[in-house]
Design a protein around this ligand. Structure first.
Ligand code: 3PG
Length: 413
């Protein structure tokens, strides 16, 4: 039984032949040993030498530890380790983000980044619409998109949901969406809700305002495509999928369904179970790259260091880049900042994210406005306009009553 080393420190790796991953590793062992344990477990090795591993198998399929920089370990997996026709993201994740979390050699391990070779990237189609497609639908070539999440999260009837959306659109918002916990409860059946919201959006369009609303179709794998097609038939202008509870395959199945002609909004509920611990789990940047490959058109990326969701600005910028970078052969994903957004926070978000390619979405920050949803929507739009025009928000509020009331209630950041 030969003994094999997975160490290849400093070796030049052909980026077109390997999947290259960066892991942050916490261990009591020497870092080389811990890194080698990952490369072995996730490719051709196991806890002991095995008689079935030979030189040829090792040469073709073994992962290599190519760099160790402090606690950051780079491991390259041969492209041949990945499925060709079936398997897709579930199989990719089993390799790059699978058993390794349970290895006793590691106290913690976090998949920080992944880069795929062209051969794997071309197996995926990416977004059908992307950020530019969304802007075209909304007749809004520039400025951040401004949206709302219907609040309360649960409990409103289809009629009240539609009323909320009509009010939000009348106040100028471009995007509405269901919340992540709403799908098809008895108080708000998905068919009735979709039809009622579609009527509200039609009314807004007749009045000259373009708005889309993402209907949450998160469900079992065997049903998601049919539900997407049904929702579209009922009038859905956008579909929403909770990627981590449904799986990446749900996005890919819907995005690659030729019958689906509306964009997909991707919510990341449950992500913090994987992303929150800086020493263990999976970074949001990796999740964003996979969502883009699978065809999400808009994705929640966090709130760039502000808002109710945790996450540093640098991390938010990395997530934004994963949605918008030019190094993959796909359309760009619209990054969505959501979670604790309100008018006074908008300048800080736009300062961190830039003025254009962003969707800012507020639930409580719209529905909690002292004068109701329409005024809340107006205040959000005024906040975005002030930041886009480079005018101080307090100054802008002097001539915009709705914004003034919002600042009085929640202040600025
Ligand atoms: C989301 O879907 O991101 C949250 O429900 C946002 O709600 P909030 O704006 O009230 O925090």
């Amino acid at each position: 039984m030969g003994s094999y080393s997975y160490m290849a420190l400093g070796e030049e790796i052909d980026r077109d032949a390997y999947v290259v991953c960066k892991y942050r590793v916490t261990t009591d062992l020497p870092m080389e040993k811990a890194a080698e344990a990952i490369a072995a477990e996730q490719s051709t090795g196991t806890w002991t030498g095995i008689s079935t591993l030979n030189d040829e198998v090792f040469r073709n399929y073994a992962a290599k530890v190519t760099a160790i920089d402090g606690d950051m370990v780079t491991i390259a997996f041969p492209e041949a380790d990945f499925s060709i026709k079936v398997g897709a993201v579930p199989q990719i994740l089993s390799v790059i983000s699978g058993n390794l979390y349970g290895l006793s050699a590691l106290k913690g391990v976090r998949l920080e980044d992944v880069e795929f070779p062209k051969g794997i990237l071309k197996q995926y189609k990416g977004p059908k619409f992307g950020d530019a497609g969304l802007r075209e639908i909304l007749h809004r070539p520039e400025k951040p998109l401004v949206g709302t999440i219907v609040k309360p999260k649960i409990g409103l009837s289809p009629k009240d949901t539609a009323k909320y959306i009509y009010e939000a659109g009348s106040g100028g918002l471009t995007n509405g969406k269901d919340d992540e916990t709403l799908v098809d409860q008895a108080f708000c059946p998905i068919e009735d809700r979709t039809k009622a919201v579609a009527e509200a959006l039609d009314r807004l369009r007749e009045e000259g305002h373009y708005m889309v609303h993402a209907i949450n179709i998160s469900t079992n794998g065997q049903d998601v495509r049919e539900l997407a097609e049904d929702a579209q038939k009922w009038g859905a202008s956008q579909l929403m999928i909770d990627v981590l509870t449904c799986g990446y395959g749900a996005i890919q199945a819907v995005a690659e369904d030729p019958k689906i002609k509306v964009p997909i909004h991707v919510h990341r509920t449950m992500h913090a179970a994987m992303t929150k611990d800086p020493t263990n789990g999976i970074s949001m940047r990796v999740i964003a790259k996979l969502v883009r490959m699978c065809g999400g058109d808009a994705l929640h990326i966090g709130t760039l260091g502000v808002g109710k969701m945790e996450g540093a600005i640098t991390e938010g910028k990395q997530n934004q880049l994963a949605c918008q970078s030019d190094d993959v052969p796909y359309k760009k994903v619209m990054p969505v900042c959501s979670g604790g957004m309100y008018p006074g926070i908008v300048p800080a978000v736009i300062k961190a994210a830039g003025t254009n390619n962003l969707q800012i979405q507020a639930g409580g920050g719209v529905a909690g406005h002292p004068e109701g949803v329409r005024a809340g929507a107006m205040a959000m739009c005024q906040a975005v306009d002030s930041a886009f025009e480079g005018v101080d928000i307090e100054k802008y509020a002097e001539t915009h009553h709705e914004l003034k009331l919002a600042l009085d209630r929640w202040g600025t950041k």
